[in-house]
Design a binder for this molecule. Structure first.
Ligand SMILES: [Fe+2]
Length: 137
């Protein structure tokens, strides 16, 4: 896996609002790609903390928007999708706690894994289903 976080247009699901928010989310996470450009370790940690905090807040906002949309369109799989969101927010929260006692390289690797594997998989499978549902109904 490439160790820099990168948006790819293959992640587009065809719903402008959701797609825009997913791209914003990547923009926030991508700031972590430059963490090693900083030589001071304390500054690195500060920056990573800020990024995680900003990302958590944005993901929380994005999920609430997506959930409102699902409620709005009477999406069939809403409960399951909300559960997945809850689980993902929990994972992200764990990272914000772990940063105080883990190596920064470990946290960046986990952040990378969260965005590029967990989040991308969620976009491609679960969020795609919402977009398809809107097209069909
Ligand atoms: Fe979602």
């Amino acid at each position: 896996m490439n160790n820099s976080i990168q948006w790819n247009n293959q992640f587009l699901i065809g719903n402008d609002i959701i797609d825009d928010q997913h791209q914003t989310l990547f923009k926030i996470a991508q700031k972590s790609n430059y963490i090693t450009d900083i030589t001071n370790i304390d500054e690195q940690e500060e920056l990573l903390k800020d990024i995680l905090h900003e990302l958590y807040e944005y993901v929380e906002y994005h999920f609430s928007q997506e959930e409102a949309l699902m409620d709005d369109i009477l999406y069939i799989d809403t409960d399951n999708h909300k559960q997945i969101h809850k689980h993902m927010l929990g994972e992200l929260n764990t990272l914000t706690v772990e940063i105080s006692y883990s190596k920064l390289s470990e946290i960046t690797a986990k952040l990378n894994e969260f965005v590029q594997v967990v989040f991308v998989k969620h976009i491609k499978i679960e969020d795609q289903k919402i977009s398809d549902f809107i097209v069909k109904n």
